[in-house]
Design a protein around this ligand. Structure first.
Ligand code: 1CP
Length: 333
C-alpha cells in the first residue's frame, strides 16, 4: 500500500498473479475433492481457504481473492461453464441488440459469494497483509461474452467494434456499470486495492483501444477513487502513456516491455508492477535468482511492486516460485 502511494520502503513488495490456485498441491487436492471450479468460487469458505493457501505457503505480501473475471457476465445474465483443461465457455453469447437488451446491470449483490469470501479472508488476515480485489476490464469481458471463450483471432468481438460500434458501446456500458457496483462492494467488504485485468488489450489497434477500452477503464478508476486501482493491460505497450494518465495508482506490465522503457513513457507519478517472464521460473534456480535481481535493479528503487509479467503457469515448479518470492524479499533497495 505504501509503494502504491509512492512512499519509499526498505524492500519491494511481491505477489503473483494467479497465486491463488493451480500451482499449489493443496489447491489441486481441494479442487479434486470439490470437483468443480464454480463450486469453489461460489462457496465463501472454500474461496477463503484457497485465497489463504499461497499466503501461508509462499509468504507473499498480498492476498488476491479467489474468484474469476467471468462472474460478472454471469451476474448480468450470461452464465459460464469452466471446462477442465480448456477454460471458460459460454453456452450462449452476445450477437445482437436484443441480446444486449436482455442483460441486466448487475447490482452490488450480483456476486454475493465473492463479497462474502472477501469478508472471511479479511477477518482471517487480521490486517497482516492487504487483500487485492479484482475484475476483468470491460473490453476483456466483452470479448468473452461475444466470442463465448478465448480465441486465436477474436474475429467476432473485434469485428463488432467496426461493424456495430453503437452496439459495442451499449454492451461495454452495461459491463462497466456492473463492474463499478461489484468493485465498490469488494472495497466495502474489505478489499484494500483492486486490479483490473485487461488480458486481451494487446489484440486491439491503438486507435480501437483508445475508443473501446481506455474510456471505460477511466470510468471505473474514477468511480473507485480514492481506492488504489492497478490496471494490467497485457500487450498494450502502445498505450502505456495513456494508461499512466488514468486516475489509477499502479500499472501492471507484461514481460515484453523493458522496465526502463515503461518508466520513461509512464513518468514518475505511477507505481509499476511486474514483469518477469513466467517462463523464467522453469530455469535452474541460480538463473531464476539472477533474472529476478536484474529485474529489481532495472525498475529502480522506487514505486515498484515485484510480480510476474502474467499469471504463473499451472505446472511451474514450486521451488522456483519460492526462489522468486524470497529473492525479492531479501533484496534491499
Ligand atoms: O482449477 C483450475 O485449474 C481452474 C483454473 C483457474 C483459476 C485458478 C481459472 C480458469 N480461473 C482461476 C482463478 C482466477 N482467475 C483468479 C484468482 C486469483 C489469483 O490470481 O490467484 C484470477 C485473478 C483470475 C482472472 C482471470 N480469469 C483472467 C485474467 C487474468 C489472466 O490470467 O489473464 C482471465 C483471462 C480469466 C479467464 C480464465 N479463467 C480460467 C482460465 C483458464 C481462464 C483463461 C482462459 C483463456 O485463456 O481464455
Amino acid at each position: 500500500m505504501q509503494v502504491l502511494r509512492g512512499e519509499a520502503t526498505r524492500r519491494k513488495p511481491v505477489w503473483l498473479m494467479r497465486q491463488a490456485g493451480r500451482i499449489l498441491p493443496q489447491y489441486r487436492r481441494l479442487s479434486e475433492r470439490v470437483g468443480s471450479f464454480k463450486t469453489m468460487v461460489q462457496n465463501p469458505e472454500i474461496a477463503c481457504e484457497v485465497t489463504l493457501q499461497p499466503v501461508d505457503e509462499l509468504e507473499v505480501d498480498a492476498a488476491i481473492i479467489f474468484s474469476d473475471i467471468l462472474v460478472i457476465p454471469e451476474a448480468m445474465g450470461l452464465p459460464y461453464e469452466m471446462e477442465k483443461n480448456k477454460g471458460p465457455v459460454f453456452p450462449e453469447t452476445i450477437g445482437n441488440a436484443a441480446d444486449i437488451d436482455r442483460l441486466v446491470i448487475a447490482g452490488e449483490e450480483g456476486v454475493h459469494y465473492t463479497i462474502a469470501a472477501i469478508k472471511l479472508v479479511k477477518q482471517a488476515l487480521n490486517n497482516t497483509i492487504p487483500l487485492i480485489g479484482f475484475a476483468g476490464a470491460p473490453w476483456t469481458i466483452f470479448a468473452y461474452m461475444v466470442e463465448g471463450s478465448g480465441s486465436k483471432t477474436f474475429t467476432l468481438s473485434r469485428s463488432m467494434l467496426y461493424s456495430r460500434p453503437d452496439m459495442a458501446h451499449a454492451l461495454l456500458h452495461k459491463i462497466t456499470q456492473s463492474t463499478i457496483h461489484y468493485l465498490k462492494a469488494q472495497v466495502s467488504a474489505g478489499a484494500d486495492v483492486v486490479q483490473l485485468f485487461d488480458t486481451w488489450a494487446g489484440i486491439l489497434s491503438p486507435q480501437l483501444y483508445s475508443v473501446f477500452s481506455l474510456p471505460y477503464l477511466q470510468q471505473i478508476c474514477r468511480a473507485l477513487q480514492p481506492v488504489p486501482v492497478i490496471v494490467f493491460a497485457k500487450g498494450a505497450f502502445f498505450s502505456l502513456a495513456e494508461i499512466a494518465q488514468l486516475p489509477c495508482a499502479g500499472m501492471g506490465l507484461d514481460w515484453t516491455i523493458s522496465p526502463q522503457f515503461a518508466r520513461a513513457v509512464a513518468g514518475n507519478n505511477i507505481t509499476l508492477q511486474g514483469n518477469l517472464d513466467p517462463c523464467v521460473l522453469y530455469a535452474q534456480l541460480p538463473y531464476v535468482q539472477k533474472a529476478t535481481i536484474q529485474m529489481l535493479q532495472d525498475f529502480g528503487p522506487n514505486r515498484h511492486i515485484a510480480n510476474l509479467g502474467h499469471g504463473v503457469y499451472p505446472d511451474t515448479p514450486l521451488d522456483a516460485v519460492k526462489c522468486f518470492v524470497n529473492t525479492v524479499k531479501q533484496y534491499e533497495v
